[in-house]
Design a protein. Structure first.
Length: 294
């Protein structure tokens, strides 16, 4: 096969594969919105509770998704807050400080961690909760904090790998400039390398946000229940949209209840889009601050 023919074939194949992927996503989203848009209203979120009283936490929502939305937001934020310092620090160590043997060993370890099924992470979180319950306090059990810890373990490989790849992808001339001017290795990392790799690091955080928001197996074993209300503390059980969708789709009693599940799926997608937009805005704001500050 001639090189030109091979090039044309590769381009056509890439376009076809991309169109198939985009078409599959659009079909899935279209089906979801067609099925669930009729159930989208305030009663789906707040039930019979006045929205303002629910938003101010003056009245509990019993027949709406507001507790599940609040629980999902708190869960994602807490998980990301726990995962970011460890993930970024480990990525920096692997890229800048680790020796070849330690790096190979840690690379293999994090590759294995990234391949562990979420149900196994959920079982670990459940076992951890049982251990704390027996050894330290009878008041400790599956709760929001245990779910957040388990989810942070689940998404750590995303943050570590993207941080490491972003730092290692910086050209050597940029990498060595600050060192040549007398900066220490730590100053070079925090003042040059991290600002230059900020886009890649934030991409890993965005991927981690999506994984935290959609995972069901982990939270099902570590604290999510059907009717817990808005979580009052990190040691309380909570509601979450992924668990609600799973619960409704497996145990619905009539078509109207199933439509609520479709509506919850749309709300979860919109919530993920909101979190992605916030993370993207933070990335743009940090990049502007780093590169264009006076």
């Amino acid at each position: 096969m001639k090189p030109r023919t091979l090039e044309i074939f590769s381009i056509v194949f890439a376009w076809i594969a991309g169109l198939i992927l985009v078409s599959a996503v659009l079909v899935l989203l279209g089906y979801l919105f067609i099925k669930g848009y009729t159930s989208l209203n305030l009663s789906l979120i707040f039930g019979d509770t006045p929205p303002l009283r629910a938003l101010l936490f003056r009245a509990r929502v019993f027949d709406g998704l507001f507790p599940a939305i609040a629980g999902t937001l708190v869960l994602v934020i807490l998980s990301i807050v726990l995962a970011i310092p460890i993930g970024i620090s480990t990525g920096i160590y692997l890229a800048e400080y680790a020796g070849s043997r330690i790096k190979r060993a840690l690379d293999a370890f994090f590759d294995v961690l990234s391949g562990i099924p979420s149900i196994v992470i959920g079982l670990f979180g459940f076992s951890f909760a049982v251990f704390l319950h027996k050894q330290y306090s009878n008041r400790i059990g599956p709760c929001l904090l245990i779910s957040s810890i388990a989810l942070s373990l689940l998404v750590l490989p995303y943050i570590i790998r993207t941080t490491q790849a972003a730092l290692e992808g910086i050209p050597s001339n940029i990498r060595m400039t600050a060192l040549a001017l007398g900066a220490t290795r730590l100053q070079n990392v925090f003042l040059v390398l991290i600002p230059r790799s900020l886009s890649g690091i934030m991409s890993g955080i965005i991927l981690a946000i999506g994984r935290c928001a959609e995972d069901t197996a982990v939270i099902m074993l570590t604290g999510a229940v059907a009717s817990a209300g808005v979580p009052r503390s990190v040691f309380a059980q909570f509601e979450a949209l992924p668990f609600y969708i799973y619960y409704i789709s497996s145990q619905y009693s009539d078509p109207e209840e199933l439509m609520r599940g479709y509506g919850a799926s749309i709300i979860l997608l919109l919530l993920c889009a909101l979190l992605f937009a916030v993370a993207y805005g933070i990335r743009k704001g940090l990049s502007h601050f780093v590169f264009y500050r006076p």
